[in-house]
Design a protein around this ligand. Structure first.
Ligand code: IMP
Length: 428
């Protein structure tokens, strides 16, 4: 049976939880394959609200095995904070597995993330300040510390010593901070070693076994296509691979196991942090979208930048990921507009294109070319079938579907789990 990826098709915060909910009990494993505690999803179950940053959402579904894959960067303090919080609320976290190859975020990388941003000044990325970028940089520079290193203190000490030779130069000479000692880093990391030990596994091997047994493995993407380090709006991106290729690498499964790629897109678009954003609304309309859509970051609380749906981005996400189904979220937020602009192309210095620009300069110069669709005023939050939607809402969905090269298989019409119009079975 299949591996299914659920990925953001825009700049993140698309509401991936809707798709995860729809797949619900049919999933056996939920794997987080990239990012760290820069992500954030709020899951509401009954009267309980859970804010998860690092743990895969599958932790809340009885029977599912949640997995933190090798592509993730783990802040052990945050991991155990989330686990303790869930346990205190009666959630069973005992099935959680953590890849022995996942990299750890030492506190010096949190410091470096924040000071580096300060030094960038106007050129800052707008990171979440959680140490994500420096930890992925260490991974690529081969000076990272992995989960498995906690179980061999001699090796851990050697690796920390090696890393600190570089880090202390940076901290002291470049950023004017105090040097950190090997002992303090080793102690900080070892605090969690015993608690982590039973969770550590060769998760790629575990997932291979699951797929061979015909079980369903869901690969849950953090961030999104336009924040992917290769395919996003570099350098205003996160430092991991948030696209379908990254799902395979970050979980350690073969690309040929991936049978379904579900892209999540909001009915409009938002972004947190800096970087180009052609359809951004800097006026009262943007404020209205932010207000009605509650567009404030789950992790940092920052107001999200809001804009109209961008077709070139959605088509690009379809192409880069091989999206087989789209889930359109937050359609209800668009209720009450007289007309709804949809960006169908860009004007770049007088030239019209329907593709995402090839260069950063092109992206910065891209002005949206809009088509205007008639709005609707009817409350759609109770719709459960496509026929329940008013004519203009249906036409809006149909228009996006035609332009985005993928069927819209589900539509979110409200924040609750059941406030969804299901058009096609996502596992068909
Ligand atoms: P970092 O991932 O903390 O390095 O931040 C890099 C960029 O990705 C910044 O613009 C962040 O705001 C953005 N980012 C990181 N995680 C998320 C997310 O889960 N949703 C939306 N934006 C994110």
């Amino acid at each position: 049976m299949p591996a299914i990826a659920v990925l953001g098709a825009q700049w993140g915060d698309e509401g991936k939880g809707k798709a995860t909910d729809l797949l619900g009990r049919r999933v056996d494993y939920v794997v987080k394959f990239n990012g760290g505690n820069n992500a954030g999803h709020t899951v509401v179950i009954g009267d309980e609200k859970y804010a998860l940053h690092l743990l895969p959402s599958g932790i809340l579904t009885p029977g599912v095995v949640p997995v933190i894959g090798n592509g993730v960067v783990v802040d052990p303090t945050v991991l155990f904070h989330e686990i303790d919080d869930l346990q205190a609320r009666g959630v069973d976290t005992s099935r959680l597995l953590v890849s022995s190859n996942a990299h750890l975020i030492p506190s010096y990388n949190r410091t470096l993330d924040k000071v580096a941003e300060r030094f960038l000044g106007k050129r800052k990325i707008g990171t979440t300040g959680r140490g994500i970028g420096p930890t992925y940089a260490d991974k690529m520079s081969r000076v990272g510390i992995r989960a498995q290193d906690l179980f061999d203190e001699k090796i851990l000490r050697q690796k920390v010593e090696g890393a600190l030779e570089q880090k202390n130069h940076l901290l002291v000479k470049v950023y004017n901070r105090r040097a950190v000692t090997v002992d303090e880093v080793v102690d900080e990391l070892l605090v969690h070693a015993e608690a982590l030990r039973p969770m550590i596994a060769d998760t790629a091997l575990v997932l291979d076994g699951a797929l061979r047994r015909g079980e369903v493995v869901l690969l849950e993407g953090g961030q999104a296509t336009m924040l992917d380090v290769d395919h996003g709006t570099y350098p205003f991106v996160t430092s991991s691979s948030a696209t379908a290729g990254g799902a395979c690498t970050g979980a350690g499964i073969a690309p040929s196991s991936l049978t379904h790629v579900i892209g999540i897109a909001k009915a409009y678009i938002t972004r947190v942090g800096e970087g180009p954003f052609p359809t951004e609304l800097l006026d009262e309309d943007g404020e209205r979208l932010r207000r009605t859509g509650f567009e404030f970051g789950t992790t940092t609380g920052r107001p999200r930048r809001c804009g109209w749906f961008d077709v070139p981005i959605a088509r690009y996400a379809q192409r880069i990921n091989g999206i087989t189904d789209l889930v359109l979220t937050k359609l209800d937020v668009l209720t009450g507009w007289d007309r709804i602009p949809v960006c169908v192309a860009y004007d770049i210095d007088g030239e019209r294109t329907t593709e995402v620009p090839m260069t950063q300069t092109g992206f910065h110069h891209a002005a949206p070319v809009y088509e205007f669709l008639p709005g609707w005023t009817e409350d759609i939050t109770g719709a459960r079938a496509i026929e329940d939607l008013p004519k203009n809402a249906r036409a809006y969905v149909e228009f996006l579907q035609q332009h985005c090269n993928a069927p819209i298989s589900a539509i979110g019409v409200g924040p609750e789990r059941d406030q969804t119009v299901v058009v096609n079975d996502l596992l068909a």
